[in-house]
Design a protein around this ligand. Structure first.
Ligand code: 13P
Length: 251
């Protein structure tokens, strides 16, 4: 059985004090949520404070990106080592906002995934099609290419540590989520691809999250799909009550 992972991607929201308060509120309301794993991904500036605030709780902390080099002249960038130093254990890689606005490519996603694994961070690798790609019936092609490339050169042992997030670009921040059936179809396709790249045990163990306008009122119908193993939540993760309601739908 794959334990559901309910992850909040806070994007460019929450200063240090706000991050600490939100984690405290989530922890206070999470008493009945031992059956799911909770992860929050604050901005870099709040990573350390978040890691301190989560101590003694079930909440894990992750970063939203990393550079593939360990150190060097890369103004504005953060390495795996620096992320580990804050106490964070996860890292989101290849988010569509990174792909759209900051020149992320399948190649840099692959490099970052390798670096994260080498550094002992758990990668949450994001894949997903645009509206034009879905309308052109290219969803599975696009998602397969992104996934294959992300895992290029990654051993079976390392692959078992990874999490994938399927985030249709047209569903992010739009209030228009994929239907449970649409999401399930892609998740099953990703799992089959992982099986073909590795084997059935890697595929069965791989957690594949859905992201894109997941809210308390649609979470249950998405999270009860066979191949949906959690959520990567943007807007609704910024308030404890909606994040907790989604997590509860995953029980
Ligand atoms: P929303 O939940 O705000 O649509 O964002 C999804 C997302 O991008 C999570 O990474």
């Amino acid at each position: 059985m794959r334990k559901k992972l309910i992850a909040g991607n806070w994007k460019m929201f929450k200063k240090i004090g706000e991050a600490q308060s939100l984690i405290k509120e989530i922890a206070q309301g999470a008493g009945d949520l031992g059956g799911v794993e909770l992860l929050v991904c604050p901005p870099y500036t709040a990573l350390n404070a978040a890691s301190e605030a989560r101590k003694g709780t079930q909440i894990k902390v992750g970063a939203q990106d990393l550079h593939w080099e360990e150190q060097g002249a890369f103004t504005g960038k953060i390495s795996w080592d620096m992320i580990r130093d804050t106490g964070a254990e996860y890292v989101i890689i290849g988010h569509s906002e990174q792909r759209t606005y900051f020149h992320e490519t399948d190649d840099t996603v692959n490099k970052k995934t390798k670096t994260a694994l080498k550094g002992g961070l758990i990668p949450v690798i994001c894949v997903g099609e645009t509206l034009a790609e879905r309308d052109g019936n290219r969803t599975m092609d696009v998602v397969s290419t992104q996934t294959k490339k992300a895992f290029e050169g990654i051993t079976k042992e390392d692959a078992t540590k990874c999490v994938i997030a399927y985030e249709p670009v047209w569903a992010i921040g739009t209030g228009r989520n994929a239907t449970p059936e649409q999401a399930q179809e892609v998740h099953a396709g990703i799992r089959a691809l992982i099986q073909s790249l590795y084997d059935a045990s890697v595929a069965e163990g791989m957690r594949i999250l859905y992201g894109g306008s997941m809210k308390p009122d649609n979470a249950k119908s998405l999270l009860t799909q066979k191949d949906i193993d959690g959520g990567l939540i943007g807007g609704a993760s910024l308030k404890a009550d909606s994040f907790l309601a989604i997590a509860r739908a995953g029980l």
